[in-house]
Design a binder for this molecule. Structure first.
Ligand code: DQA
Length: 159
């Protein structure tokens, strides 16, 4: 896949694919609790992180689903295909051992991301079942959380 760089030159996304995963209700960003999550839509977040990734030489494949099994299958399918994975699992973060097990199988870099800061919210959001199987978690910075996740991925890949 190629895309024009800032200098106008075509730059190959040859450093590999990053799988961006979005869980339940993130398709409602832009209308859902704007005070908490901001007014940007999921498409806008994806476009922003994809653009930044392309400039660094990565391609991004985005999968959003409101169904746990779809996310699990996307993680399985990423093995041998994606070099890294950035996941905002929505509320499944706080409850899904199945998603946690699927993430544990994926051998690449894994970064958990949240727009809000779950630790400062209701008690049920204080636990992340995913936290122990990812390289790290970035939360509370709105759209910037995705940018920081991308920085973490590229640093960890040494890219
Ligand atoms: C969220 C935080 C979760 O607690 C919540 O259920 C979401 C969004 C975030 O990005 O801040 O759906 O993952």
């Amino acid at each position: 896949m190629t895309r024009a760089g800032s200098d106008g030159a075509e730059k190959a996304a040859d450093k590999g694919e990053i799988l961006l995963l979005s869980g339940p209700n993130l398709d409602q960003l832009g209308v859902r609790d704007v005070a908490m999550y901001g007014s940007a839509t999921l498409d806008e977040h994806v476009e922003r992180v994809s653009g930044a990734a392309h400039r660094l030489g990565f391609s991004v494949r985005h999968v959003q689903s409101n169904f746990e099994g779809d996310l699990i299958e996307a993680i399985h399918a990423a093995r041998g295909r994606s070099v890294a994975l950035i996941i905002n699992a929505g509320a499944l973060t706080h409850s899904s051992w199945a998603l946690t097990d699927a993430l544990a199988i994926f051998p690449g870099i894994k970064v958990e991301v949240h727009l809000s800061n779950p630790a400062s919210r209701e008690p049920f959001r204080h636990v992340s079942t995913l936290a122990g199987v990812v390289n790290g978690t970035i939360a509370g910075f709105g759209a910037l959380s995705y940018d920081l996740a991308l920085v973490a991925v590229t640093e960890l890949l040494g890219a």
